[in-house]
Design a protein around this ligand. Sequence first.
Ligand code: ATR
Length: 271
Amino acid sequence: MMRRLAVLGHPVAHSRSPAMQSAALAELGLAGAWSYEAIDVSPDEFEQRARAMPGEGFVGANVTVPHKGAALVLADSLSETAREIGAANTLSFTEDGIHADNTDAEGLLKALPTSPQGEAALVLGAGGAARAVVWALLREGADVDVWNRTELRSRNLCAELGGSPVSVPDATTYRLIVNSTSVGLCGEDALAELPLSTSGFSAGQTVVDLVYGAAPSQLLAAAKAGGATVVDGIEVLVCQGALSLEIWTGYEPPLQAMRAAAREDKGRADD
Ligand code: ATR
């Protein structure tokens, strides 16, 4: 019987996960036995849909916006990472029930060129994506400041996970900057909406933008022009997806095939 995998989201049509994961399954020689599809499911139907999946041949699912919190709630067991972050992006349907994991955090760390241990890091945003980023960087021993447009949310995030909320960060002083807001997703100018300036980047800095659109992000273009090392959202998408694939299949993920497939089109990193 075909072992089915899927990504659950709303909307989900833009997701690069089906192309990326299908390419991985083909590369591993599993295309005849495993499949990966996108399923659009609204929030009020999410739980029922997810619970029906094991009976339909599904062995696992990625979960994206806006279901990452609901995925955590419906699971019978949680990885420690998912529990601490408060969100799940990977479900496994097992004989013992639904197991929830979070590969967003580890995926971000894998996408970084060097360990952030001991480095001053600035995380922009305080939503679900930012939670995984803050959790990951703190676990690696980075010194994390969190800025968010709505300051109450960054204060609450730091009270729960750690890190320090900042109201007016001087971005030039950080070795690592991660845009985990949704700014740029609909073409907004990150440099206008976020506490960053076009000329504020330098060599020795690493700048990550979880958002990617049809064109290369303006934020990463400015960072690169200033000499910074840049990591785009596709690389983070590939790294989290690879970890999910490994959880389901036990095979070592074919990263190059996944990268190539993910880069054939664009979407958002956390799907
Ligand atoms: P996700 O779970 O994908 O992170 P979210 O919880 O809706 O999504 O969070 C979106 C993040 O982008 C928030 O940090 C949000 O800031 P607010 O908490 O102030 O809403 C941030 N964001 C969205 N649009 C923004 C903008 N124009 N300028 C600055 N931050 C923005």
